[in-house]
Design a protein around this ligand. Structure first.
Ligand SMILES: [Zn+2]
Length: 202
Protein backbone atom coordinates (compact mmCIF):
# COMPACT_ATOMS: atom_id res chain seq x y z
CA UNK A 1 0.00 0.00 0.00
CA UNK A 2 1.21 3.45 -0.81
CA UNK A 3 0.63 6.12 1.78
CA UNK A 4 -0.22 9.47 0.21
CA UNK A 5 1.72 11.26 2.95
CA UNK A 6 4.88 9.29 2.21
CA UNK A 7 7.60 11.99 2.17
CA UNK A 8 9.42 10.05 -0.53
CA UNK A 9 6.41 9.93 -2.83
CA UNK A 10 7.27 11.51 -6.13
CA UNK A 11 5.33 14.44 -7.43
CA UNK A 12 4.57 15.29 -11.01
CA UNK A 13 2.95 18.25 -12.67
CA UNK A 14 -0.48 17.83 -14.23
CA UNK A 15 0.00 18.58 -17.93
CA UNK A 16 -3.32 20.44 -18.08
CA UNK A 17 -3.58 22.63 -14.97
CA UNK A 18 0.09 22.50 -13.92
CA UNK A 19 -0.80 21.61 -10.35
CA UNK A 20 1.54 19.27 -8.49
CA UNK A 21 0.12 15.79 -8.05
CA UNK A 22 1.54 13.26 -5.66
CA UNK A 23 2.36 9.91 -7.23
CA UNK A 24 -0.45 7.71 -5.83
CA UNK A 25 -3.04 10.15 -7.19
CA UNK A 26 -1.59 10.71 -10.62
CA UNK A 27 -3.22 9.35 -13.78
CA UNK A 28 -0.80 8.35 -16.52
CA UNK A 29 -2.57 8.70 -19.86
CA UNK A 30 -1.67 9.17 -23.52
CA UNK A 31 -2.45 12.56 -25.03
CA UNK A 32 -1.91 14.03 -28.46
CA UNK A 33 1.04 16.39 -28.79
CA UNK A 34 0.57 18.54 -31.89
CA UNK A 35 4.23 19.65 -31.92
CA UNK A 36 5.43 16.14 -32.61
CA UNK A 37 2.30 14.83 -34.32
CA UNK A 38 1.81 11.82 -32.09
CA UNK A 39 0.51 10.63 -28.75
CA UNK A 40 2.85 10.88 -25.79
CA UNK A 41 2.82 10.04 -22.08
CA UNK A 42 1.24 12.70 -19.92
CA UNK A 43 0.35 13.02 -16.25
CA UNK A 44 -3.01 14.31 -15.07
CA UNK A 45 -4.59 15.23 -11.75
CA UNK A 46 -7.92 13.90 -10.48
CA UNK A 47 -9.79 16.82 -12.03
CA UNK A 48 -8.22 16.85 -15.47
CA UNK A 49 -7.69 13.20 -16.36
CA UNK A 50 -11.15 12.19 -17.57
CA UNK A 51 -11.73 15.11 -19.96
CA UNK A 52 -8.19 14.60 -21.34
CA UNK A 53 -8.76 10.90 -21.78
CA UNK A 54 -12.04 11.54 -23.64
CA UNK A 55 -10.16 13.86 -25.98
CA UNK A 56 -7.48 11.23 -26.58
CA UNK A 57 -10.13 8.58 -27.24
CA UNK A 58 -11.94 10.78 -29.77
CA UNK A 59 -8.70 11.69 -31.58
CA UNK A 60 -7.56 8.09 -31.68
CA UNK A 61 -10.88 6.89 -33.04
CA UNK A 62 -10.78 9.55 -35.74
CA UNK A 63 -7.23 9.02 -36.98
CA UNK A 64 -6.11 6.77 -39.81
CA UNK A 65 -2.48 7.81 -39.39
CA UNK A 66 -0.46 4.68 -38.69
CA UNK A 67 2.32 6.52 -36.85
CA UNK A 68 -0.22 8.15 -34.54
CA UNK A 69 -1.89 4.82 -33.83
CA UNK A 70 1.48 3.19 -33.25
CA UNK A 71 2.41 5.93 -30.76
CA UNK A 72 -0.52 4.91 -28.53
CA UNK A 73 0.62 1.27 -28.61
CA UNK A 74 4.13 2.43 -27.73
CA UNK A 75 2.70 4.46 -24.86
CA UNK A 76 1.09 1.33 -23.38
CA UNK A 77 4.23 -0.72 -23.97
CA UNK A 78 6.39 1.90 -22.27
CA UNK A 79 4.21 1.36 -19.21
CA UNK A 80 4.45 -2.40 -19.27
CA UNK A 81 1.22 -3.25 -21.13
CA UNK A 82 2.11 -5.16 -24.27
CA UNK A 83 -0.20 -4.89 -27.25
CA UNK A 84 0.07 -8.25 -28.95
CA UNK A 85 -1.75 -7.22 -32.15
CA UNK A 86 0.61 -4.26 -32.56
CA UNK A 87 3.65 -6.49 -31.95
CA UNK A 88 2.71 -8.98 -34.60
CA UNK A 89 1.96 -6.23 -37.12
CA UNK A 90 -1.82 -6.39 -37.44
CA UNK A 91 -3.36 -3.71 -39.69
CA UNK A 92 -3.66 -0.28 -38.08
CA UNK A 93 -7.50 -0.26 -37.90
CA UNK A 94 -7.44 -3.47 -35.85
CA UNK A 95 -4.73 -2.17 -33.55
CA UNK A 96 -6.67 1.07 -33.19
CA UNK A 97 -9.83 -0.77 -32.13
CA UNK A 98 -7.91 -2.61 -29.42
CA UNK A 99 -6.23 0.58 -28.26
CA UNK A 100 -9.62 2.28 -27.93
CA UNK A 101 -10.72 -0.63 -25.73
CA UNK A 102 -7.59 -0.17 -23.64
CA UNK A 103 -8.38 3.52 -23.25
CA UNK A 104 -11.80 2.45 -21.98
CA UNK A 105 -10.05 0.22 -19.45
CA UNK A 106 -8.02 3.21 -18.31
CA UNK A 107 -11.25 5.18 -17.99
CA UNK A 108 -12.93 2.49 -15.90
CA UNK A 109 -9.66 2.11 -13.96
CA UNK A 110 -9.55 -1.57 -14.85
CA UNK A 111 -5.96 -0.76 -15.66
CA UNK A 112 -4.08 2.01 -13.96
CA UNK A 113 -0.57 2.81 -15.06
CA UNK A 114 2.21 3.92 -12.80
CA UNK A 115 4.64 6.69 -13.57
CA UNK A 116 7.24 4.01 -14.11
CA UNK A 117 10.94 4.00 -13.63
CA UNK A 118 11.41 7.73 -13.64
CA UNK A 119 14.62 8.73 -12.00
CA UNK A 120 14.52 10.76 -8.78
CA UNK A 121 14.19 14.47 -9.30
CA UNK A 122 17.91 15.36 -8.99
CA UNK A 123 18.71 12.79 -11.58
CA UNK A 124 15.97 14.04 -13.87
CA UNK A 125 17.45 17.52 -13.61
CA UNK A 126 20.86 16.17 -14.53
CA UNK A 127 19.34 14.35 -17.51
CA UNK A 128 17.50 17.48 -18.60
CA UNK A 129 20.73 19.47 -18.46
CA UNK A 130 22.57 16.80 -20.44
CA UNK A 131 19.81 16.81 -23.05
CA UNK A 132 19.90 20.62 -23.26
CA UNK A 133 23.70 20.63 -23.71
CA UNK A 134 23.59 18.06 -26.48
CA UNK A 135 20.72 19.85 -28.15
CA UNK A 136 22.61 23.14 -28.05
CA UNK A 137 25.64 21.51 -29.69
CA UNK A 138 23.39 19.89 -32.29
CA UNK A 139 21.73 23.20 -33.15
CA UNK A 140 25.13 24.90 -33.40
CA UNK A 141 26.31 22.18 -35.79
CA UNK A 142 23.11 22.53 -37.79
CA UNK A 143 23.58 26.33 -38.06
CA UNK A 144 27.18 25.76 -39.09
CA UNK A 145 25.97 23.55 -41.96
CA UNK A 146 24.66 26.67 -43.69
CA UNK A 147 27.96 28.53 -43.33
CA UNK A 148 30.24 25.60 -43.98
CA UNK A 149 32.49 25.13 -46.98
CA UNK A 150 31.22 22.30 -49.18
CA UNK A 151 33.73 19.73 -47.91
CA UNK A 152 32.71 20.22 -44.27
CA UNK A 153 28.92 20.26 -44.68
CA UNK A 154 28.75 16.53 -44.12
CA UNK A 155 30.78 16.81 -40.89
CA UNK A 156 28.40 19.44 -39.53
CA UNK A 157 25.43 17.26 -40.44
CA UNK A 158 26.97 14.22 -38.77
CA UNK A 159 27.70 16.28 -35.66
CA UNK A 160 24.12 17.57 -35.50
CA UNK A 161 22.71 14.05 -35.80
CA UNK A 162 25.24 12.62 -33.35
CA UNK A 163 24.46 15.15 -30.62
CA UNK A 164 20.73 14.68 -31.14
CA UNK A 165 21.13 10.90 -30.95
CA UNK A 166 22.94 11.39 -27.66
CA UNK A 167 20.15 13.67 -26.36
CA UNK A 168 17.51 11.14 -27.45
CA UNK A 169 19.26 8.28 -25.70
CA UNK A 170 19.48 10.28 -22.46
CA UNK A 171 15.79 11.17 -22.74
CA UNK A 172 14.89 7.51 -23.33
CA UNK A 173 16.85 6.39 -20.30
CA UNK A 174 15.15 9.04 -18.18
CA UNK A 175 11.69 8.00 -19.39
CA UNK A 176 11.06 11.46 -20.85
CA UNK A 177 8.76 10.40 -23.70
CA UNK A 178 7.80 13.94 -24.62
CA UNK A 179 11.45 14.85 -25.09
CA UNK A 180 12.20 11.69 -27.07
CA UNK A 181 9.35 12.54 -29.44
CA UNK A 182 10.32 16.19 -29.76
CA UNK A 183 14.05 15.49 -30.34
CA UNK A 184 13.30 12.71 -32.82
CA UNK A 185 11.07 15.06 -34.80
CA UNK A 186 13.88 17.64 -34.80
CA UNK A 187 16.39 15.07 -36.04
CA UNK A 188 14.02 13.91 -38.78
CA UNK A 189 13.60 17.52 -39.86
CA UNK A 190 17.36 18.10 -40.05
CA UNK A 191 17.81 14.90 -42.07
CA UNK A 192 15.10 16.07 -44.44
CA UNK A 193 16.78 19.47 -44.88
CA UNK A 194 20.14 17.82 -45.49
CA UNK A 195 18.69 15.41 -48.04
CA UNK A 196 16.86 18.10 -49.95
CA UNK A 197 19.38 20.96 -49.83
CA UNK A 198 22.83 19.63 -49.10
CA UNK A 199 23.21 16.05 -50.21
CA UNK A 200 25.82 15.83 -52.95
CA UNK A 201 27.44 19.10 -51.94
CA UNK A 202 29.72 17.77 -49.21
ZN1 LIG B 1 -4.99 19.04 -13.59
Amino acid sequence: MEAPEDPNARQVVCSTCFRLVTEPLVHVIPAYNADVGRFVTTFRCETCWLPSLEETRALLEATADEAEIASVAVFFENHGVLVHEFRRGDPAPIVRKILVEMIDMLRSETIRLSIGPLAPRDEVELHIREIANNEKLAEAAYDAMYEARPHSVRDCFDDACGYLAQAISVAKRAGLDDEVARLTARRDHIIKVYDSQFRGIG
